[in-house]
Design a protein around this ligand. Structure first.
Ligand code: C5P
Length: 397
């Protein structure tokens, strides 16, 4: 429940993407938000107020006058509807709505309540590619940004009109993730964060290899939490099928050496390095052809892989360097040892049998000051707590 207790006013304007907000309403509610829908007249050409009332469980506002406006006691829905809200989200936001809001016009209920609001406004543009790239729209969007309004998207791709390009409304799941991220404290605003995640895969021959049970979930959660905190995040991932968190730049690698090389070429820009990947300590010289069973038992000769985390920490001016230590026993003591041996800023200890592939876990943050246990929670919640701990220490430096 990422939006528990949040009250969202969802403004819907005229555009074919309006059909997607039916799904968005459900997803917002599934995360614990209550949704009050406000529709423009044009929006009702695409989806009915009855549909959105049924989905949101609340009467939909469409007009400030007459019986509609009288739905609130003082007949002033343009004031009352947004007063209790934590945010107004307008999706889809037409070019016309964006232009009116840039100007501060107030000729319908939605524009008027947007002008009269005290809470944040998030706008998800949806329009034809030419309308989006038109200098007038771009000027208006710049004005909204300058006024502190959050612009969500738009996406790029096929459009309902048959053309292709920028201007698609983000998908409901993308909007949901951006809305959740909006409510997170911006503890690492504009900091550059480099994260590694997942297992590595060390080939034995073209079809076989050595890997481990790391799912990548904790590293991906760290990347997401860092981005939610306002950081610019690069994620270097070993083999995993997990989806890339919103707004995160992802590079896929296979072996420890590939991961090492990518880390070394990106780390100079980073203020924070978080090594979550379960990097293979050893590799073998891979055979060029598939090893044949008929040739008998193969002999594998192991060579050590570079320790990526230790290499980062040993740089002349290292970033704030965070390691993860998965141990089957005595994890905090081992983590303390690694903190010193690898000269890390911080290390997060966990029990391998408890955390690998799981969706939640108990962790301990260990640094020179001591050990702080983090009670069992989802990996995303734990990741947010770790980001807060990193931000606190960065701030104290
Ligand atoms: O020494 P150990 O493998 O237990 O340390 C775990 C930490 O070190 C993790 O943060 C992991 O990402 C990092 N590591 C690394 N390169 C290696 C081995 C581990 O960066 N070759």
């Amino acid at each position: 429940m990422e939006l528990a207790g949040k009250r969202i006013v969802l403004g819907v304007t005229g555009g074919i993407a309006a059909y997607k907000v039916c799904d968005l309403v459900r997803r917002l509610q599934d995360e614990g938000a209550s949704v009050q829908v406000v529709m423009t007249r044009a929006a009702q050409e695409f989806v009915t107020a009855t549909t959105l009332q049924a989905l949101s469980g609340q009467p939909v506002f469409t007009d400030q006058w007459g019986a509609e406006g009288a739905k609130v006691g003082n007949a002033m829905p343009h004031i009352d509807v947004s007063r209790a809200a934590d945010a107004v989200v307008v999706a889809p936001a037409s070019a016309h709505f964006i232009a009116k809001t840039a100007q501060g016009l107030a000729d319908d209920l939605l524009c008027t309540l947007v002008l009269a609001r005290r809470c944040p406004l998030l706008v998800a543009p949806a329009m034809n590619v030419e309308m989006w790239s038109n200098p007038a729209t771009q000027r208006n969007v710049q004005q909204l940004k300058a006024d502190g309004i959050e612009i969500l998207g738009p996406g790029v791709g096929d459009q309902a009109c048959g053309e292709t390009g920028a201007g698609r409304m983000l998908e409901p799941q993308e909007l949901l993730e951006d809305i959740i991220a909006f409510f997170q404290p911006k503890l690492l605003q504009d900091k550059r964060v480099l994260v590694t995640a997942g297992p590595t895969f060390e080939p034995i021959d073209p079809v076989r290899g050595i890997t481990n049970l790391s799912s990548g979930k904790m590293g991906f959660a760290m990347a997401r939490a860092a981005r939610e905190a306002g950081a610019k995040v690069t994620l270097i991932a070993g083999p995993t099928t997990l989806p890339t968190p919103r707004g995160v730049r992802r590079l896929d690698v296979r072996t420890a050496r590939e991961m090492h090389d990518d880390v070394m070429s990106y780390v100079n820009h980073a203020q924070v390095y978080i090594g979550v990947a379960a990097v293979a300590d050893w590799r073998v010289q891979p055979a060029a052809q598939k090893l044949k069973k008929s040739l008998g038992q193969p002999t594998l000769v192991f060579e050590p892989n570079p320790d990526i985390l230790a290499s980062v920490a040993a740089l002349p001016s290292p970033p704030f360097t965070v390691g993860f230590a998965a141990e089957t026993d005595d994890e905090v003591a081992y983590a303390r040892g690694k903190l010193k041996a690898k000269r890390l800023s911080m290390i997060v200890a966990n029990r391998a049998q408890d955390i690998l592939s799981a969706d939640d876990g108990e962790l301990t943050v260990v640094d020179a000051e001591g050990a702080t246990p983090l009670q069992r929670a989802s990996k995303l919640t734990q990741a947010r707590r770790i980001i807060a701990a990193i931000a606190q220490r960065l701030g104290a430096d």
